[in-house]
Each structure stands twice: as structure tokens, then as C-alpha cells.
Unconditional design. Structure first.
Length: 494
């Protein structure tokens, strides 16, 4: 073990003497700190802004004057998606999904005001977050730090000296790997501190942050071990550098882009225009309450009269128009839910298609793990949309019920003042409250990418053993090569 530590210490000394490597490491550390600071500030501002806007629209809804309940159905309500405590570390898909939904009757709107729709196209390359730095730039730095750890020793001749002095290839590789793993730990440190700051005071967030640090530690460890293995089997440092750069481009840049394109081609999504046309067609088919001869609502009217034992709408103890509004909302909401569910299921199928490539590109595994634990992935967004839609349905139906119970049908038809009800009814409607996902469920969803990352780590560890054996074989072969006789003529020696 002492020999391994000495080799690691020598490798560290060589890294510190390399000005380019030191400057690169310092720049990456500075970039991580800047990304963490800006992400923290952006999250704090976004959270405060959304809370302020939500309180403002809630107050405006409660302060509406006396009016007809159906007017409030169309007045609607806004709900804002709260950020998870760790969203500042990894923004995930939040920049593309929107932050606010307008809730109203007869419609199911999508989230609006996503950062990608309000920013330049540069956002498509990724936001500057600690997760982006660790996923994309940190492996590149490790490549430049470690590509020559073993290959440089071979090229300079010092590796042969070490082997002939009794140092095994396994010890050399272990020492070099220990040195690069130490460098990876230094690279990870600012990101780990950023997670600690974001999760401070929140037990669930602290648990997710700890798992996230372990996941990124495994991600950087995979790179460190692969780099040492490639540096061991390559004869020249430049060969190792070219191979590792090709691996980085393929794994970090190319395969994730190809995976997204493949998922879109395999499971295409309907456009907004196509979906709107399909919904309009189905809405016309399920029934129109404004048409007196509509078959569905004609049957509904007959059922209502029979249920209450009367023959005229004016004799009903409730307002028939309120009942029609409740029935119409039930039908349209079921239709909207069907289309929304189908869309989310296709998006989930696309995500699963991309995740299947994680066995070829661990970048996809660490991204999935990161978005899951920071709750900035598709299931977390869907949870918000589903809760917002459930609240919209309860809100609209409660207003329709107020119309049925508090507004007189005969007076409503005459346009009398009694169509309005008191403003206190709006205050009695509960405000929207988002319920975060159970931490056990979040951790369970993170299990699959964690297993993929662990498998890659085991493969990387296993790759070191055959790489170390190549050093022993080459050293053993060199011992049997007889040195030329100093007294022989040049022709004989050759």
C-alpha cells in the first residue's frame, strides 16, 4: 500500500507542476462556484416571485365583487409551480415546461412562461448549473489531467525502471488511479457544498443531496478509472488523449443527442395543432349543452326531471343550468384527462427509450439520477399538472354547484339582480396547495439509473486488472531481451 501511495503522491506532484492542468482545474472550480451561486440566486428569486404572484392572484380571486358564479368560472385562477429545494443544482426540464397554468372552465391549459420560450437559443445547449458542469465539463478536465499518467511514464522510460525494481503493474495502475480519484474528489467538492447549502434545513432534501453526491462521485470515478485504463494500454500520451477525447465526445455529446432523436422518431408526439383538432372533434361528439336537440343533454334533462319528480325546469328545487354546467364540465374534463394522459404516457415512453441507451452512455444515467433526486424530471412536472387539473375541476364544479343552489332559475332567465351571489363565497373556496412527492417514491424512481451507474463503475474497476497485466507482460518481455555486447562490432550488435 505504501508503494501505491508514493506513486499517487508522485502523480499529484506532476499534476501540480503542469500549469495548463492547474489553470484548467482552477477555472473549472471557479465555474462550479459561479454556477452554484447564480443557480442559488436564481432559485431564490424565482421562489419568492412565484410565492408573491400566487398570493396576489389568490387575493384578487377572493376580492371579486358579488357576481354570477359562472362569471367566476370564466374569470379563472392562476397557479404557479413551486420549485423543489434542489432545483437550483439541476434545472432539468423546468426551463422547457413552464411555471404557471391558467385554470378556467371548459378548458385544460398548458403551463406557460418557460425560460426556453423567453431566452435565446443558447439555452438549448444547457443552463449553467453545477449539474451541467459536473456532467459535461468535469470529465473533460479529468481527461486532460490523466491521459498521460501511465503513457507518459512509458514514453519517458521511467515505467520500465519501476517494473524492473519490483513494482508490479497492479501497483502502478492503483497509484495512478488513486491520484486521479483524488483530483475527481476536489472537482466534486464545490458541487457537494452547493447541494449542502440548497438542502440545509430540509430533511428530505438532505437525503436526496447525499444520494446525489454519491451518484456524482460514482460518475467521476467511472471517468477516472477509464482514463487510467486507457492511459495504461496506449503506447503514447497523444494516442491516449485522442482516444479519450473521442470517448468524451461520443458519450457526453453524441449519444445523448442521438438518443433524443431516436426516441422522437420511435415514439412521435402529436403537435399542438393536431391535438386541438382531435379534442374539438371529440367535444362535438360527446354533446353540446347549448343545443336544445342535443341527444345527450336531452336525456340528461329527462333524467333530472324524473329524479326530482317534476315536469318543468322551473319546478326544480335547484337551478338546472348549474346542473348542466356540472355535467358539461364532467364530460369535457374526462376528455381532457384522456388526451393529457396519452401525451404524458408517450413522453414517458420517449424517456424510457432514451434511458435504455444509458448502458452505452452513462451520461444518460447520471442525468436521470440527477433530475430525479432534484425533482426536475417529467414525473415531477406531471405531478404538478395533475394536481393543478384536479384543483381546476374542484374549483369549477364548486362554482357550478353554487349556481345550482344559490341562483334562482326563473330569475336567471329574466336577468334579475338575484343572479349575483355574495362575494364571501369566493373566499370560502380553498387555495391551491401543491403536495410534494413522498421521498421514498423519489428514491425508488432513482434506483434504475443508480444501478446503471453502479454497473459502469464495476466495469471500470474491472478494466484496470487487464490493463495492469499488460504492464507486467511488457516488463517481463523486456527482461528477456539481451543487451548488445559492448565489445562487439556495430554489425554484430545489430
Amino acid at each position: 500500500m505504501r508503494v501505491v501511495v508514493l506513486i499517487a503522491r508522485d502523480a499529484w506532484r506532476h499534476m501540480l507542476r503542469d500549469r495548463v492542468a492547474v489553470i484548467g482545474a482552477l477555472l473549472l472550480l471557479a465555474l462550479t462556484v459561479i454556477a452554484a451561486a447564480t443557480s442559488y440566486e436564481r432559485q431564490r428569486d424565482a421562489t419568492a416571485q412565484r410565492e408573491r404572484y400566487q398570493a396576489n392572484v389568490d387575493q384578487q380571486f377572493d376580492a371579486q365583487p358579488d357576481r354570477h358564479p359562472h362569471r367566476m368560472v370564466h374569470y379563472g385562477q392562476f397557479v404557479f409551480r413551486p420549485l423543489s429545494p434542489l432545483a437550483g443544482f439541476d434545472s432539468g426540464i423546468d426551463a422547457y415546461t413552464g411555471t404557471m397554468i391558467f385554470l378556467e372552465g371548459h378548458r385544460q391549459n398548458t403551463a406557460n412562461f418557460g425560460d426556453a420560450r423567453q431566452s435565446s437559443s443558447l439555452l438549448r445547449f444547457g443552463q449553467l448549473t453545477p449539474a451541467f458542469v459536473l456532467q459535461t465539463l468535469a470529465p473533460l478536465l479529468l481527461v486532460f489531467l490523466g491521459f498521460g499518467l501511465v503513457a507518459r511514464e512509458r514514453a519517458s522510460g521511467t515505467l520500465r525502471i519501476l517494473i524492473t525494481q519490483g513494482v508490479s503493474g497492479r501497483q502502478v495502475v492503483a497509484g495512478k488511479a488513486l491520484a486521479l480519484l483524488g483530483a475527481a474528489a476536489v472537482v466534486l467538492l464545490p458541487g457537494a457544498l452547493a447541494l449542502a447549502v440548497l438542502a440545509f434545513g430540509n430533511a428530505q432534501a438532505m437525503l436526496s443531496a447525499g444520494l446525489l453526491v454519491a451518484g456524482y462521485a460514482g460518475w467521476l470515478a467511472v471517468w477516472a478509472l477509464v482514463i487510467v485504463a486507457v492511459s495504461t494500454v496506449c503506447a503514447l500520451p497523444r494516442d491516449a488523449l485522442m482516444v479519450l477525447l473521442a470517448v468524451w465526445v461520443t458519450v457526453v455529446i453524441l449519444l445523448p443527442r442521438l438518443g433524443a432523436a431516436w426516441a422522437d422518431a420511435r415514439v412521435p408526439l402529436a403537435t399542438r395543432f393536431e391535438t386541438d383538432i382531435a379534442i374539438a372533434r371529440d367535444l362535438a361528439a360527446i354533446g353540446d349543452s347549448h343545443r336544445p336537440d342535443d341527444p345527450h343533454f336531452a336525456r340528461f334533462k329527462a333524467d333530472v326531471l324524473k329524479r326530482y319528480g317534476v315536469t318543468r325546469l322551473e319546478d326544480l328545487p335547484v337551478n338546472y343550468r348549474g346542473l348542466v354546467g356540472m355535467e358539461g364540465e364532467r364530460l369535457t374534463s374526462a376528455l381532457f384527462d384522456r388526451y393529457a394522459t396519452a401525451s404524458f404516457e408517450r413522453q414517458a415512453a420517449q424517456s424510457a427509450t432514451v434511458d435504455s441507451l444509458a448502458w452505452l452512455a452513462p451520461t444518460l444515467a447520471v442525468r436521470r439520477l440527477s433530475m430525479t433526486l432534484t425533482q426536475t424530471d417529467l414525473p415531477s412536472y406531471r405531478r404538478f399538472v395533475d394536481q393543478a387539473e384536479a384543483y381546476r375541476y374542484r374549483l369549477v364544479q364548486s362554482l357550478n354547484q353554487l349556481q345550482a343552489e344559490k341562483v334562482d332559475y326563473t330569475s336567471e332567465r329574466k336577468g334579475a339582480e338575484s343572479m349575483r351571489i355574495a362575494q364571501s363565497h369566493w373566499e370560502s373556496i380553498p387555495d391551491f396547495a401543491f403536495v410534494a412527492e413522498d421521498p421514498q417514491a423519489v428514491i425508488a424512481r432513482a434506483g434504475q439509473p443508480a444501478i446503471v451507474l453502479l454497473a459502469w463503475l464495476l466495469v471500470a474497476v474491472g478494466a484496470l486488472a487487464p490493463a495492469a497485466r499488460t504492464l507486467d507482460r511488457r516488463a517481463g518481455a523486456s527482461r528477456f531481451v539481451r543487451a548488445p555486447d559492448a565489445t562487439a562490432t556495430p554489425e554484430a550488435a545489430s
